[in-house]
Design a binder for this molecule. Structure first.
Ligand code: ATR
Length: 275
């Protein structure tokens, strides 16, 4: 019997050369017996339309978009999943008749990883540092888990307020300035979403914002996670990096393309060795 042709996939972004996605999706393919051809294609907002069309003409059937393309990518979709529409960002494109359908699997990927780690959201007080694109992408999935409350703390409080207003219909969500800190009783789960760690900057966090038994999750991993994990260590707060979320969002994208959900854990264990 002729072997099935490989499904042709790619991640587009800038810079993209160091993306872990090709490695992750090839491992998913091996796990599920699906031949995967997954490339990393360098593209900024100016090149994306042309590179995506060329990819499609060459047989591309699914794509991931990463920095700086997640918001821009919306305008190249012919249909958009409601979660991605509300997040105003797409990280996954699936080829459909006449174009691309856009999805956002970031929030779903985070929730999968929180479950894997046993970090409860339902009924808990969640404190999120940051109010940028990354938070817009995860808020709906988090609020769907029915936390008691979510508080967004941001250096620029207006951005936190705008996001809180936008998702207010989904649950109890507050906004405050990072300098003022949150109000009310201590929080159970701290989610770090800012890009401060990319430049090694410390955040003005206070341990008393969090309960003694609280735990922390950083959407970043690798070098960008260092400053935050050091603060957590110094303040006796168990912390997790966002590598599991990366694999989780990838698993959900793989399922959109193939109908099959890969097992996250073995892939996570394998890439932990290279990050
Ligand atoms: P992303 O898509 O990664 O969320 P973004 O939309 O540029 O990127 O948002 C970056 C987030 O990190 C913002 O919440 C930003 O705060 P501002 O809205 O005030 O800019 C936050 N951030 C970046 N560097 C920071 C720093 N040194 N201290 C505090 N917050 C920082």
């Amino acid at each position: 019997m002729k072997p099935a042709a490989a499904i042709k996939l790619a991640v587009f972004g800038q810079p993209v050369a160091h993306s872990l996605s090709p490695r992750i999706h090839r491992m998913f393919g091996e796990q599920l017996g699906i031949e995967v051809d997954y490339q990393a294609i360098e593209a900024g907002t100016e090149e994306l339309a042309d590179r995506l069309s060329a990819f499609r003409e060459a047989g591309g059937s699914g794509a991931n978009l990463t920095v700086p393309l997640k918001e821009f990518g919306l305008r190249l979709c012919t249909s958009i999943d409601p979660v991605a529409r509300r997040a105003r960002a797409v990280n996954t494109l699936k080829a459909v008749e006449g174009g691309w359908r856009g999805f956002n699997t970031d929030g779903g990927g985070l929730v999968l990883d929180l479950e894997r780690l046993g970090l409860e959201v339902a009924g808990r007080r969640v404190l999120i540092i940051g109010a940028g694109g990354a938070v817009a992408g995860i808020l709906e999935a988090l609020l769907d888990r029915e936390p008691e409350t979510v508080c967004l703390l941001n250096r620029t409080p207006e951005r936190a307020r705008r996001l809180a207003d936008k998702f207010a219909h989904k649950g109890c969500i507050e906004a405050a300035s990072l300098t003022d800190g949150p109000e009310g009783p201590p929080h159970d789960l701290l989610i770090q979403s800012t890009s401060a760690g990319h430049s090694g900057q410390d955040l003005p966090l206070e341990r008393h914002w969090l309960a003694g038994s609280a735990r922390a999750y950083d959407l970043n991993y690798g070098q960008a996670h260092s400053a935050f994990v050091n603060w957590c260590h110094d303040h006796d707060l168990p912390a997790h990096d966002g590598l599991g979320m990366l694999v989780g969002q990838a698993a959900l994208a793989f399922e959109i393309w193939t109908g099959k959900r890969p097992d996250i854990q073995p892939v996570l264990t394998s890439i932990r060795g290279v990050v």
